[in-house]
Write a protein that binds this ligand. Structure first.
Ligand SMILES: Cc1cc2nc3c(=O)[nH]c(=O)nc-3n(C[C@H](O)[C@H](O)[C@H](O)COP(=O)(O)O)c2cc1C
Length: 284
């Protein structure tokens, strides 16, 4: 197979929802998963884990959970359609889905389902892969205590009680930030891995679509698959061969807008005000 360069891979990978019935065998999937494991993660923790459903299991789960996962999004989609209709009222409708005429609540409901069926419903026989981490709530408690004890130690070293108190309360504000950054970076690691899966699959001639709808029904899905409550699914992804007759993705998904970039050439040259109040010694 012709090797795809990195730039072509980045530009040409598309979310595909119409698949053929050609099978993706375990060996190829394992190869793709290994390739994706070169994704960066915080401290190289590689906290991602994978559940790979076979074709039959994928078909079953898609049939049982795809629409259920979408249903909780339908009210939001309906609002988007209603807002869009108001916006497009001055333009000629481009398709049935762009119908701008006023509608009853039932008709709006039908339009949303029509939109889902036309644009998002998955066809064919892809494999479904879940990227998850093991939820470890104790870790967050430990991290909070670790930070707290570090800042108490740090405050106690201040020469005056007032200085110690000021240092303590100022640094206390850092703990929620620390916890938030920790949670975010852990998620970033799994997100990087998920995107790498799409690129790795693309490099092997396969198509993918990241699917968040399954996360909406995660609890039922876990129960159905017999997974423990500590399985925290962060992403689900379809992997398969694109159907020959797959329609092109809607224009709104195929384009990219320019990225808003603030270029900063010079800095004010002043030092951040709270430097002396940091929790950790390393920040000094
Ligand atoms: C985090 C994430 C969640 C997504 N969830 C869904 C989904 O639930 N259903 C779906 O059909 N596509 C989903 N997509 C695919 C996006 O719609 C798609 O990536 C986007 O429209 C851009 O199109 P492209 O991937 O073809 O460039 C998701 C993508 C990402 C990154």
């Amino acid at each position: 197979m012709e090797a795809i360069g990195l730039e072509r891979g980045l530009r040409e990978r598309r979310a595909i929802r119409h698949y053929s019935d050609s099978r993706v065998d375990d060996a190829l999937l394992a190869e793709i998963i290994e390739l994706a494991s070169w994704a960066p993660s915080p401290g190289n923790t590689q906290a991602w884990k994978v559940i790979a459903l076979g074709h039959d299991a994928s078909k079953d789960v898609i049939a049982r959970f795809e629409l259920a996962g979408w249903e909780s999004v339908f009210p939001v989609l309906e609002q988007v359609l209603r807002n869009g209709a108001a916006e497009r009222a001055s333009i000629a409708p481009k398709s049935d889905l762009d119908d701008v005429s006023p509608a009853t609540a039932d008709e709006w409901g039908r339009r949303v389902i029509a939109m889902y069926r036309q644009r998002f419903e998955v066809r064919g026989s892809p494999r479904l892969v879940f990227v998850y981490r093991v939820a470890d709530r104790k870790r967050y408690v430990d991290l909070a205590f670790l930070s707290l004890s570090a800042l108490i130690r740090r405050s106690l070293r201040k020469p005056s009680p007032l200085g110690a108190m000021r240092c303590f309360f100022a640094a206390l504000r850092d703990i929620p930030v620390l916890l938030r950054v920790n949670a975010l970076t852990r998620t970033f690691g799994l997100a990087n891995f998920t995107y790498a899966l799409t690129l790795a699959a693309h490099s092997r001639g396969l198509s993918t679509c990241i699917q968040s709808n399954y996360l909406n029904v995660q609890r039922d899905l876990r129960r159905y698959l017999g997974l423990g409550a500590d399985v925290d699914i962060v992403a689900s992804i379809l992997i398969g061969y694109e159907a020959d007759d797959a329609p092109p993705a809607p224009e709104m998904f195929r384009t990219r807008k320019p990225v808003a970039v603030d270029w900063i050439e010079t800095t004010p040259g002043t030092v951040a005000a709270r430097r002396g109040e940091r929790v950790f010694e390393a920040a000094e």
